[in-house]
Design a protein around this ligand. Sequence first.
Ligand code: KIV
Ligand code: ZN
Length: 395
Amino acid sequence: MTSATKTSPADQIIIFDTTLRDGEQSPGCSMNTDEKLEVAKALVDLGVDVIEAGFPIASPGDFEAVRKVAERFGEQATICGLARCRNEDIDRAADAVGPARRKRIHLFLATSAIHREFKLKMATEEILKRTAEMVSRAKERCEDIEFSPEDASRTELEFLAQVVETAIRHGATTVNIPDTVGYATPSHYFNVISYLKKNVPNIEQAVISAHCHNDLGLAVANSLSAVEAGARQVECTINGLGERAGNAALEEIVMALRTRQDYYKVGTKINTQKLCQASRLVSNVTGMIVQRNKAIVGQNAFAHESGIHQHGMLQNRETYEIMRPEDVGFVGQNLVLGKHSGRHAFRSRVAELGYTLDDETFQRVFDEFIILADKKKSVYDADIIAIIEHQDRNA
Ligand code: KIV
Ligand code: ZN
């Protein structure tokens, strides 16, 4: 089993959490200031590097929430506020993150042809000019500037490279490459990042960041592909919360990088034992239920029912387990008894429940268990105890 190893800064992936901004944009998931503060505390405990706390121009409530998060947690994490490329947005974002010692303004401007024509009604020269002006203006208020060419994955590569070069030349310290509509595939996104690395002359002066949406179910795969291509920041949310099909899930990215450290050779500062706790909190606060078979934090993520798997697990957990449940703070039973469980798993559960049965009694109890398991989806401890006690009474 691979565990996290120490890495140099070049091998550290910056975890930028946007649960409180992009995650909150998920229908029905908006949070009030107290809820945002509670989630921000969980993110700090997890050890995320950057917390995007909101979009301060969006409403007075959003402004207040970002400001309070900045006041309370601006020592432990970088607190970020989102802004369009407009003077009033930048001023609002700068005021909101102001109290934080570590602060960032995140500017975005769409660059794809479809956004230029139908949303912004701006020509490419205007986009370049606005990027230069607004990054320079934001830089006067904050040292740490992130720039996102929105819908980057559907933007002509040559133009995208020009925009990224311009943003860096005017002071952007992070360039984020959003797959805004979840259109990219892993090899496509790898090629976009690789192209920028090769064709933007000042690219080494900024951190490249991945920001992937999950419309095709590829957000995590695309983010990992970006890391392979050289991205050193990944933007993600707890439970993959976010607009439409959501954003890349923080817990999946972190555990993929950790479990396959042999392959990616990078690490994060995340305290993985707090992942399940953070997941439960975000689910409770937003009312967005986590599916049972959700990777890493779902109730079934570590549950084995098949007898062959349970037998293997009882001999050596690594036969069927690539991560230990305790490493993500998972609490609960991971051997669930059902009709696919075999004698080995059943015998071990009986022993755990404190019973020693002779072979004949064990056989009778096991036969009854199989009949019950055929009728029920899962057999609980109480059912097993009832079968055993019933045998005792009839003995
Ligand atoms: O998906 C997106 O393009 C965004 C930007 C604001 C970064 O969320
Ligand atoms: Zn987004």
